[in-house]
Design a protein around this ligand. Structure first.
Ligand code: ZN
Length: 172
């Protein structure tokens, strides 16, 4: 297993529509293992292949209930909605409120190419939506209701407002 470099917002790879994964071979196994290792090392709950520069429809998720590997995942049904905080390993140091479906039905393949399907709700559903968006070049910042600024950042912001008005404009 190897840690991969996480690409960040501004990189064109994050904006591509990824291709289906067609081969269920040793290379896929290595990719999945590397993605899991990279996700855990970064304290993430999900990682999509384009986040390490691989434009394939491959995702790993672990919201605390164990590792899930999804190949060519598709959301086939949604129900309800939820609004909550979201961040992204490719958008470091930021977070925002995003509205997502509250429940999903998902179809995908596993690492061997077997068809799988399952229901997801609440935070798990949010993670699935977030990671699947990555496969179509969509980032949460594209659909967030509002950005979240924590208290420390607010203070910093006020300081800058007071003393360096030009810097404040650069941030927006
Ligand atoms: Zn993300």
């Amino acid at each position: 297993m190897a840690l991969r470099k996480i690409v960040e917002i501004g990189d064109a790879k994050l904006r591509k529509v990824c291709k289906p994964q067609e081969k269920f071979d040793q290379r896929l196994r290595i990719l999945l293992d590397d993605m899991a290792q990279t996700m855990y090392k970064a304290n993430g709950v999900g990682l999509a292949a384009p986040q390490i520069g691989i434009l394939r429809r491959v995702v790993v998720i672990d919201v605390g209930d164990g590792l899930i590997e999804l190949i060519n995942p598709v959301i086939t049904e949604t129900e309800g909605s939820q609004s909550g905080p979201e961040g992204c390993l490719s958008v470091p140091g930021r977070s925002g409120i995003v509205t997502r479906p509250n429940k999903l039905h998902v179809k995908a393949q596993d690492a061997q190419g077997n068809e799988i399907e399952f229901d997801a709700e609440e935070f798990f559903a949010r993670a699935v939506c977030h990671e699947l968006d990555h496969l179509d070049g969509v980032l949460y910042v594209d659909k967030m209701d509002e950005e979240i600024f924590d208290d420390d950042e607010d203070e910093e912001y006020e300081d800058e407002e007071e003393y360096e008005e030009e810097d404040e404009e650069d941030e927006q």
